[in-house]
Design a protein around this ligand. Structure first.
Ligand code: FMN
Length: 176
């Protein structure tokens, strides 16, 4: 393959292909400079018409993490995370879900690139979204789109879940 930007491409593809959800964390913090870098990456995500309708709430307080874990149906492991980042979007913006999802994926990829683990926990369309928003005092012009739990992985190595084969999901020119 003739790669146009070998350094960036090789590293980028490796990060994307090896990203995986991590739900078990060591009792160690993620250094603030890495959290900031991940948030910077989130802020660089694609966003329709460059509206950037997002805000991010970084939560490290153990008690608050516990409360979010209690609320999140499939996010009990947030209680043991080093931190979580709550991704909120302007609820009246038509592309709020797309934009905030792109930012969420950037967060996960950046954390993974630095060797930290993360997992996307559902926010939008959940029964607890409003309670999480109220818990962290975010005004109601925003809605919770996602929660990213993050920390130092407490798992042995990388374990990738199986993904669908390209042959089954990619079509040339037309569906057939
Ligand atoms: C919109 C969305 C919501 C998700 N919600 C949760 C969740 O509430 N709890 C959880 O443990 N994982 C959640 N996940 C993570 C998925 O379970 C995970 O990405 C999927 O199983 C594939 O595994 P991988 O991330 O290791 O590739 C969510 C992912 C997405 C995109």
């Amino acid at each position: 393959m003739n790669v146009r930007n070998p350094g960036i491409a090789n590293f980028g593809i490796t990060v994307i292909q090896s990203r995986h959800s991590v739900r078990k964390f060591k009792d160690e913090p993620v250094p603030p400079e890495f959290v900031r870098k991940a948030l910077e990456c989130a802020s660089k995500a694609c966003t329709a018409c460059n509206v950037q309708p997002w805000i991010f709430v970084q939560v490290e307080d153990r008690e608050t993490l516990g409360k979010i874990a209690d609320l999140a149906t499939y996010g009990k492991f947030i209680a043991g995370a080093g931190l979580c980042i709550l991704v909120f979007g302007e609820k009246d913006h038509p592309f709020v879900i797309e934009d905030c999802s792109a930012a969420t994926q950037n967060l996960l990829l950046a954390l993974h690139a630095y060797g930290y683990g993360g997992c996307w926990v559902a926010g939008d369309k959940t029964p607890y979204a409003e309670a999480v928003r109220a818990l962290v005092n975010v005004p109601d012009k925003y809605k919770l789109v996602s929660i990213v739990a993050a920390g130092v992985p407490d798992v042995g190595g990388i374990s990738l879940v199986e993904k669908k084969k390209l042959e089954d999901i990619v079509f040339h020119e037309k569906y057939e």
